[in-house]
Design a protein around this ligand. Sequence first.
Ligand SMILES: [Zn+2]
Length: 289
Amino acid sequence: MKKNWLAGCVLGLCSVLLIACQSVPLTGRSRLMLIPSSQSMAASAQAYDKFLQTADVIDGGKEAEMVRRVGSRIQQAVETYMAANQLSQQLNGYDWQYTLVDDDKTANAFCMPGGKIVVYTGMLSITRDEEGLAAVLGHEVAHAIAQHSGERSSQKLLLSAATAALSATAAGTATRNASAADQAKAKLLAAGFGAAATYGVLLPYSRLHESEADRMGMYFMAMAGYNPEKAVALWSRFKTEAHQGKGAPPEFFSTHPSDDTRIAQNQATLTEVMPIYRAYHAEKAVEKP
Ligand SMILES: [Zn+2]
């Protein structure tokens, strides 16, 4: 009887996981998605609006125009790619916005679920030009398209449920045996599982998300007509500047440490994306002889 109940639970969990498994556009990697994207997009739209109320938004001028231009070119490239691959429905609910915020001390840029982009003026001295900014925004938009934040929340949800189930089972055993040593063992087991899950699943996934966003970002750049070689140059510059830096690294560096592995991976991606970039410009040349 107990075995049947357990089998039912395992079967139920497997069907939930099967339904919740989706593929990341472009890379085709399977991802776990227990939280509907509409939910994270609604939360991000609210947070974005709240943020804009207090932020020092720059509406006019060359830099704000550049942020809007880069953002919308990458948006169009993503939309064209998704439409060509019958994936447009994954963009349902996206409401793209590109905002430049006046804050020279903050070297950061991000794209929230649903296409809510923010660039701080402090980031522009690091990205230097339009293609440098396209490399950063391509990467950030890729995080949003791949729904990395939703995937990480889903993993955390599943892991905390598994840890709770393990604690309950172990605690039940310990109580029945009424042994203090068993109870301590049960606690250690649950804690150990939590730590193993964090270091074994969540952290490697975060590195995997970074590599995936780099690769997808370079594709989006190329599709939008920006030279993806500039992305490799940017990440190389990050590495050099981070080594030379005194004190705390700028915000974007601290969440995006650049190392030889990252640079080598991006260098390898170049061979895939340069033909796309060249084709974009060859087509433009035909359009405007
Ligand atoms: Zn990233």
